[in-house]
Write a protein that binds this ligand. Structure first.
Ligand SMILES: CC(C)(COP(=O)(O)OP(=O)(O)OC[C@H]1O[C@@H](n2cnc3c(N)ncnc32)[C@H](O)[C@@H]1OP(=O)(O)O)[C@@H](O)C(=O)NCCC(=O)NCCS
Length: 280
């Protein structure tokens, strides 16, 4: 059984891993990476870790004086039933900035039993509460700056390492078909234009030429290339197959066994370079 650690250190959070879970969850399906990153940046978060891998997450939105809202609690399936959610809640409850609050709230579809253990109860006077709920919020425009104001989530051990080294390590660590796909698309992207450089941000590879061309994230079922200005790029061969409702972003999900149209990808990358060079 793995040894787990619970930590409130923001530098340990793996934003891409948190996004991978939340974007598939029943309560925040389709949430963009930048929105998750922004939410993390402005919340008090805890993570559960099995070695280097983040396997659980919870965050508290709070004024740190009177009120807090608990959100986005999850534990990856393989690690459930071992007390990790309880330990994350214990950690949050003990944090100095969350002491003495008058009210804590949360919403849950079916985990009432978990939260009851921490003193949460159904609303005593629901008629006093109101909500402004926008279930389609993630399909509409992000706030200005949301795409680029992301926290630095590079683990301390990786700070100072060259991006190319970190990307090599990610490819190696992923291995299998995902490592192969990431390595392949990396070559296509780098070869598309001599001005393209590699960066490492938000714990993922980023290809840049006068601005971001795309990021390369790895999920269980796909390697995802996200183009932040995808809507402005011609995509005659319809490579974009994901994030199709994003205001500006478009993404290419490459699943296991899928063929990569390298010529079309190269053209798309070159179009993104032209767009950045034009100062768009
Ligand atoms: C809910 C979830 C976070 C629980 O994680 P977990 O690590 O398996 O939970 P724990 O092992 O720490 O369980 C702590 C206690 O809560 C109970 N519990 C856990 N999930 C529960 C649930 N969905 N309903 C009722 N009780 C629950 C456990 O039985 C355990 O009780 P015990 O202390 O008496 O043994 C996890 O199942 C999950 O990620 N689910 C999918 C995402 C989700 O629904 N999140 C909640 C959104 S509000």
């Amino acid at each position: 059984m793995p040894r787990y650690e619970i930590s409130s250190d923001p530098a340990r959070l793996d934003v891409a891993a948190v996004h991978a879970f939340l974007s598939q969850s029943y309560w925040s399906a389709g949430i963009p990476l930048a929105t998750v990153a922004r939410a993390i940046e402005h919340s008090i978060c805890v993570g559960a870790y099995a070695g280097k891998n983040q396997v659980g997450f919870a965050r508290m939105v709070s004024d740190q004086a009177t009120f807090a809202y608990l959100a986005d609690v999850y534990v990856l399936e393989d690690h459930r039933g071992q007390g990790l959610a309880r330990r994350m809640m214990d950690k949050l409850k003990a944090l100095p900035e969350l002491q003495g609050l008058r009210r804590l709230m949360l919403a849950t579809r079916d985990a009432h039993g978990l939260y009851e253990r921490f003193g949460f109860k159904p609303l005593a006077a629901p008629e006093r509460f109101m909500e402004l709920h926008r279930p389609d919020a993630y399909a509409t425009a992000p706030r200005p700056g949301a795409t680029l104001r992301l926290p630095k989530s590079t683990p301390p051990a990786d700070v100072g390492k060259a991006p190319a080294v970190l990307i090599d390590a990610r490819i190696h660590e992923l291995g299998g078909w995902r490592g192969g796909v990431l390595a392949r698309v990396r070559t296509v992207i780098r070869d598309a234009d001599p001005g393209i450089t590699e960066e490492w941000k938000w714990n993922v590879p980023v290809w840049v030429c006068k601005g971001i061309i795309c990021t390369g994230e790895a999920y269980a079922k796909a390697v995802k290339l996200t183009f932040p200005k995808g809507t402005a790029l011609a995509d005659p061969l319809k490579l974009f197959n994901s994030s199709l409702t994003g205001n500006q972003r478009r993404a290419i999900d490459i699943a296991e066994g899928a063929t990569i149209d390298e010529a079309a990808l190269r053209d798309l990358v070159r179009a993104a370079v032209r767009l950045n060079n034009a100062g768009a």
